[in-house]
Design a protein. Structure first.
Length: 365
């Protein structure tokens, strides 16, 4: 008998790996027999070992004849580790329940076929929608060559992110800010534009989530700056998690050296017709380096450019119950729209209250 509750358990395990396992997918696996869990695991930090062999090791010989619930099709190719489909075969598992097929061409049904040829019953599609949402970043990197992009905005009721003088700390309350740090932890990298890097001198780290998170991996910190016209001495370059900077062509060698000497990884990108960095090329470069989930925290120019290019997959908008007025700085830069028909449209995906503030979440169709 197939019990979807075990897949729910596997999905919850997988979710704990978001932001910690790239370039691999965050996978959860539960092995059970007669309603009793024999082994359970998620993909380890850094992407290895995979969830399946970890769960099988917990189950030991009891895995023979058991049912395994796994959130993504077990791999069928030899990488740095043997195929997980082979591990299920060797362990003598009787049934494998798969939530979602792996779109990676090296797998894409191959793991399922290998297990079926070995006599394992394979059931597909249990909690597929939930698994697809969980794997949105991995699927995006495999099928589109770029990470999933989450755009975060913290705004007043009238759509402002700062006063005319630039004051923005703090628009939202402590509950919303804690939620943002949790979202940072669930993404592989955080990106800001050059204007935000200059104005805020941000650290872009995950803080306040306890000792377990503090000891775990931190997201890569990314700045998009066509001319590298941001301070070489900043909070970002004074140590901490890796810093990558996306820049355009023609940046003078001394400017590049000022950053590379501080350990910053420089990533050249193409520019478009108006001389700005081509965002599709930039995201492709990040996907090529293995990133699956990218969290954009501003500013307004970068946010507007990503929306205009159709590159925002999820919008998280934290709204505070305050008003600044027309002199305040708007959440989005100019988008060059003449008609409402040209405006980007997103689909409402839910809302929740965070202390005095409201988070409303939107997704691209």
């Amino acid at each position: 008998m197939i019990d979807p509750r075990f897949m729910d358990h596997a999905l919850a395990l997988a979710a704990r790996g978001l932001g910690r396992v790239w370039p691999n997918p965050a996978v959860g696996c539960v092995i059970e027999r007669d309603g009793r869990v024999l082994g359970r695991a998620r993909t380890a930090d850094g992407g290895r070992p995979h969830a399946e062999p970890l769960a099988l090791a917990q189950a030991g010989p009891a895995a023979r004849g058991a049912t395994a619930y796994v959130t993504l099709e077990p791999c069928a190719h030899h990488g740095r580790t043997p195929p997980c489909a082979n591990a299920f075969v060797a362990a003598g598992v009787a049934r494998v329940v798969v939530a979602l097929r792996d779109p990676d061409p090296r797998v894409d049904g191959g793991g399922i076929e290998r297990m079926r040829r070995a006599g394992i019953e394979v059931v597909e599609g249990i909690r597929e929608g939930e698994a697809r949402t969980l794997q949105a970043g991995f699927v995006s990197r495999i099928t589109q060559g770029r990470p999933m992009v989450t755009l975060k905005l913290a705004i007043t009721l009238d759509g402002r992110i700062a006063t005319a003088s630039g004051e923005s700390r703090w628009i939202t309350g402590p509950e919303a800010r804690a939620h943002v740090h949790a979202e940072r932890a669930r993404h592989d990298a955080i990106i800001v534009g050059a204007g935000t890097a200059r104005a805020d001198d941000p650290r872009l780290t995950v803080r306040g989530l306890g000792a377990a998170q503090a000891a775990g991996p931190q997201p890569v910190r990314i700045v998009l700056s066509r001319r590298l016209d941001v301070p070489a001495a900043s909070a970002l370059t004074r140590g901490g998690p890796p810093v990558w900077m996306l820049h355009g062509p023609g940046v003078p060698a001394p400017t590049r050296a000022a950053f590379s000497d501080k350990g910053v990884t420089l990533i050249p990108c193409a520019t478009g017709a108006e001389g700005q960095i081509d965002l599709e090329d930039a995201l492709s470069a990040l996907g090529g380096r293995g990133l699956t989930r990218l969290y954009c925290e501003g500013g307004g120019t970068l946010a507007a450019a990503l929306l205009s290019a159709g590159l925002v997959d999820r919008l998280d908008c934290y709204s505070a119950g305050s008003l600044i007025g027309a002199e305040g700085i708007p959440a989005l830069g100019a988008m060059g729209l003449d008609t409402l028909a040209d405006a980007p449209r997103l689909r409402f995906a839910g809302a929740e209250r965070l202390g005095p503030d409201l988070l409303h979440r939107w997704r691209r169709d």
